[in-house]
Design a protein around this ligand. Sequence first.
Ligand SMILES: Nc1ncnc2c1ncn2[C@@H]1O[C@H](COP(=O)(O)OP(=O)(O)O)[C@@H](O)[C@H]1O
Ligand SMILES: [Mg+2]
Length: 234
Amino acid sequence: MLSVTNLESGYGEMQVLWGIDLEVKEKSITVVLGPNGAGKSTTLKTIFGTLKPWSGKIEYIGEDITFLPPHKKVELGITFVPEGRHLFPNMTVKDNLYMGAYLKRAEERFEESLELVYSLFPRLKERESQKAGTLSGGEQQMLAIARALMTAPNLILMDEPSQGLAPKLVKEVFETILKLKDEGLTILLVEQNVFASLEISDYAYILHEGRIAFGGTVDEVKESEDVKKAYLGV
Ligand SMILES: Nc1ncnc2c1ncn2[C@@H]1O[C@H](COP(=O)(O)OP(=O)(O)O)[C@@H](O)[C@H]1O
Ligand SMILES: [Mg+2]
């Protein structure tokens, strides 16, 4: 569904990504693992277009989308849940959700999307009039995911959804991601939480200093002693 070939990018003069190749299969969960500073966020930002690719190719359902701006990618059904949630804290839960549906594609499917979101996150429905800033950390992460769903996406890019959450909430967030897959969505996430994310993923890539060091099925990653020792520290 998404095919990234030889992607390179960085900030100013500094190159961060070197020849990134990755494939995301439709209706699967693919995780990119790597330590702090490996280039995980940079990878997602470059794919989504908030950071301009220097070179390489990004194809989505056979279409070259390498240099499309983010809003065009959203129109094609790609959405991004950035690190740190970026909610509007003084707006209600429901208004945050409305803000997610600002493009034509999303507006047309607003009712349908809201129904899906409230069925996946009944707690957000209960709290729809509450200010986003007063939600717990886990609820805010759910709201960030929910808001991304309001764009009626096919492919969701997620930057460390488990970051800063207590173990019980991490479990909840990952269970939610599995439910998104059951709804027919395709997910590309980046994570430092190796164990929890491998539990729910189908495919995994290891990112090491801006390069893909390994890619394969989750079983292949789990079985590879070299990969585990060298890159996962387990
Ligand atoms: N906005 C930025 N400006 C300059 N350098 C950045 C910026 N964001 C990240 N970097 C650098 O790019 C490298 C990769 O960062 P990042 O993609 O955020 O890693 P990760 O998400 O894996 O922790 C790091 O060396 C980081 O310092
Ligand atoms: Mg990051």
